[in-house]
Design a protein around this ligand. Sequence first.
Ligand code: SAM
Ligand code: SF4
Length: 465
Amino acid sequence: MYNIQSDFIDEQKVWDVLAENKNPDFSRIREVLVKAAEMKGLDLADVAILTNISDPSMLAELFETANKVKETIYGKRLVIFAPLYISNLCANECLYCAFRATNKDIIRNSLSQEQIVKEVEVLIKQGHKRVLMVAGESYPNQGFQYVLDSIKTIYSVKSGHGEIRRVNVNIAPLSTDEFRLLKEAGIGTYQIFQETYHRETYSKVHLGGKKRDYNWRAWSLHRAMEAGIDDVGIGVLFGLFDYRFEIMSMMQHIFELEKQFGVGPHTISVPRLEPATNSNLASHPPFPVSDIDFRKLVAIIRLAVPYTGIIMSTRETANMRRETFALGVSQISAGSRTNPGGYEEETEDDPSGQFSLGDHRPLDEVIHDVALMGYIPSFCTACYRLGRTGHDFMDLAKPGDIKLHCAPNALSSFKEYLKNYAKPETVNIGNELISKTISEMSGIARQRAEKLVQRVEDGKDDVYC
Ligand code: SAM
Ligand code: SF4
């Protein structure tokens, strides 16, 4: 179907296009911003121009355009999820990660299915509906079956009013046959970060284990999509190499997936290197990304692939997270722990975690804050459960129909959170926000929102369209 021998990351081309578009004049930048505002995406040269912006007034125009595109497509919705670390066993030697095989200073742990039940119960009681299951690249005796069993376990837990309704996964690359099993297990998105697209850097920071193989990782999303997983997530670990090079290379990856499968990634993650136990590299990133460049790269991604979700984790501080909502972020994690068993233990920044967190606030505090800013926290899982994935999701998203589904569903899932889990102060702010949002809606979207929210108020849970 596709030629696995070919290398879809063309490093020379990235450098050439960046050089050709160095020091772009204001009129050329504005041309790209006008094109971006049409929300049809950008090509490699356009992205190069935006990455080469340095003038503060042009940067302000970039942010303004990103904000408009974000508001037009996503409105005020912010999807909420929690990571669930099931194991920190790992056979690899990624120099930036606390889980790397030779690090003796963390306690190794892979959760039993009973322990996973306990973790999931804690998350459900907080109000979560979506989890991102995460593991190092080494499984206990059952091997890959451990991953499948864990997914099954997560879906099986019912507690009080809730259950986890979508399990996304971030685990090491699999074979096509294993991806088929992952699909059968009912996952939402399969997520994997290339870390760095720069081959030389990649080989310098990955010293042992299967992860040394750049191509096995780079082609993993082809295998996942071939196996029928429609929603895949990509990402770069920013700080390992020049962020301009990384965004341009990530665009090549996106174009390649679009060419082969007719649809690009469902989400893009933008982790920045954070300190990790015993990692000199994580504490001293070779290419640190400043806060301003970080905001810039979020805005560029928003304009380059307007319909792809952007995920911001709790690696970042509450302030940085707040600032990037306006620039394009559409999904955030909240109340996270990155050590297996961390939810039950209630540890805050356990040295056995994968890296340090920037935002330690519990879920309700984040929801309270987000709602105060006028954003609607969404726990919606409707698209995936109704089979609106891959092409179907993009077909729904592209003409702007997202407003007819996602906006009402976000409101009803938020209402469900307020009804069942929120603290009184959050309930007040949330209810006010829901009424205000509905009053600003019109037509079918408003009718749907009113109806769904009313059904939740009447006692029904899990209502969506
Ligand atoms: N072990 C699998 C892998 O490496 O693909 C999957 C899970 S890994 C625990 C998830 C991601 O955490 C990695 O892809 C990497 O980008 C990120 N990560 C590792 N160390 C980090 C650090 N010090 N700061 C920020 N993110 C880090
Ligand atoms: Fe293992 Fe993933 Fe950490 Fe690398 S990033 S050491 S593969 S858990």
